[in-house]
Design a protein around this ligand. Structure first.
Ligand code: ZN
Length: 102
């Protein structure tokens, strides 16, 4: 049986499968696998979703702060959930890190 793909529903960006706020933990795993080794592609995709979410937030006035949306949609991808090299990541300044400390 095929694995269900955890995708965002619109409006509201809840997960179509598990109803949690998207990207839910399974979506993060699936996206990390789909974009394995392509952090740029993953961030481009997530940023596009973030842009749509901000549009909804502005239109509906009920989503909270935009920087919270950035954390929810994009910042987790700095250390994707299941990449083989997950112990190593490149921080926002381009430095290669490894311990998980900010
Ligand atoms: Zn889900």
């Amino acid at each position: 049986m095929a694995e269900l793909v955890h995708t965002p529903e619109r409006p509201g960006f809840g997960c179509a499968v598990c109803r949690r706020p998207w990207p839910c933990p399974p979506a993060k795993v699936q996206l990390s696998e789909e974009y394995a080794g392509d952090l740029t592609g993953l961030c481009v995709y997530l940023s596009a979703q973030l842009g749509d979410a901000i549009e909804e937030a502005v239109r509906d006035h009920n989503w909270g702060r935009v920087d919270d949306l950035y954390d929810r949609f994009v910042s987790w991808a700095r250390r994707p959930v299941c990449w083989p090299q997950a112990e190593q990541y490149i921080d926002r300044h381009g430095h290669v890190g490894g311990s998980g400390t900010e």
